[in-house]
Write a protein that binds this ligand. Structure first.
Ligand code: ACO
Length: 337
């Protein structure tokens, strides 16, 4: 519905997640499997990160995984592709430079009334995506958005570098977000925090193409993900609790009232440290990194979908979503389900 959504007097506009979906490639790779290709061990990976396995694509594409997750989210939300006004894809691992992932998905599902674009905010991408979608929806001009977070990091890591290749996996998660008129003004996405610090960007990087043209000839190199793990750890345990507190405060939640904290799944030790700094028990922090590894922009929507489909989310539950990653970028959202 592109153009004019008018909300009636006495009614409020809530921005709600009305459906979630996800897709993980079938091919499961354990830590023991990786110890056959690099000098590592299940014990090292598990004790440093909590990761036990990850799923690595052999046939699925970034677009294909996104389409599966999108269809599941739309089916749950009861919306048709033609209902979508906005289609946002958060990714750093598109199949093509152009067209971007969102346009590829638009074409594949037939979302012909949507406008579609990608955002590159790495592991914070889904949080940035729902924030951007919320702003459009709040304007009253649009009603329905689909936000996808998808990564195929297996094509971006150096499989001879044990310090990075053991950390990441592939997958996709999606959420339908709708503007709904409600009598009660305390539902849906209540606050969103978005931050970045480009000056610290070198801590986690993957270079693309260097200047290479008819004036400057360089070897066409291929660059992989590189990271200063300890700096990423320090960044995450400082910024995530701050963003979570800020999002909760803006929404009027006390942290003790929050039912679930759905955090980016980089590392179990980061999640434990955040929980400790927030004074909250680990039972409120669902995790799937044990099975999925770190799927960057996809990790928050995949985990949200898992928690949702397990039936753990009841109307009125309070959630905080938080992402953090390359850029550096970070963000959080406070939601009443
Ligand atoms: N298996 C065995 N040994 C390894 C492995 C491996 N997979 N990787 C590194 N090592 C070795 C190193 O070579 C080094 O050996 P050395 O002492 O002989 O030189 C030793 O382990 C320690 O290496 P560090 O890099 O110092 O390991 P650290 O204890 O910092 O753990 C880790 C690395 C897990 C990445 C940690 O820094 C961390 O938790 N960082 C948080 C960041 C993170 O999780 N990033 C994920 C992606 S970013 C994001 O999503 C935001």
């Amino acid at each position: 519905m592109n153009g004019s959504a008018h909300f009636r007097r006495g009614k409020h506009m809530n921005i709600k997640i009305t459906g979630t979906g996800s897709f993980i490639p079938a091919n499961r790779v354990t830590n023991d499997d990786l110890s056959k290709i690099v000098d590592t061990s299940d014990e090292w990976i598990k004790s440093r990160t909590g990761i036990e396995a990850r799923h690595i694509s052999t046939e699925d594409t970034t677009t294909g995984m996104s389409v599966q997750a999108a269809k599941r989210a739309m089916e749950q939300a009861g919306v048709e592709p033609e209902d979508l006004d906005i289609l946002i894809a958060a990714t750093i691992s598109t199949d093509k430079v152009v067209p971007g992932l969102a346009c590829e998905v638009q074409s594949a599902i037939g979302a012909k009334n949507a406008f579609a674009f990608d955002i590159n905010a790495a592991c914070s991408g889904f949080l940035y995506g729902i924030n951007i979608a919320s702003m459009y929806l709040k304007s009253g001009e649009y009603k329905t958005a689909l936000v996808i977070g998808t990564e195929m990091l297996s094509k971006m890591v150096d499989w001879t570098d044990r310090s990075t290749c053991v950390l990441f996996g592939d997958g996709s998660g999606a959420a339908v977000i709708r503007a709904e008129e409600c009598a009660e003004n305390r539902e849906g996405i209540l606050s969103v925090i978005q931050r970045s610090d480009g000056a610290k960007g070198d801590v986690l990087r993957c270079d693309n193409r260097p200047v290479n043209n008819f004036l400057v000839k360089r070897e066409a190199g291929f660059s992989y993900v590189s990271m200063n793990g300890q700096e990423v750890y320090k960044f995450a345990v400082k910024t995530v609790p701050e963003a979570v507190k800020e999002a909760a405060g803006k929404a009027g939640f006390a942290l003790d009232e929050v039912d679930y904290f759905i955090l980016h799944q980089a590392n179990y030790r980061i999640i434990e440290a955040v929980a400790k700094r927030l004074g909250q028990p680990m039972e409120k922090f669902p995790t799937n990194l044990q099975e999925c590894g770190n799927i960057s922009a996809a990790s928050v929507p995949i985990l949200l979908d898992e928690v949702n489909r397990k039936g753990l989310l009841k109307p009125g539950n309070k959630l905080i979503l938080a992402g953090f990653g390359a850029g550096l970028t970070w963000g959080a959202a406070a939601i009443i389900w």
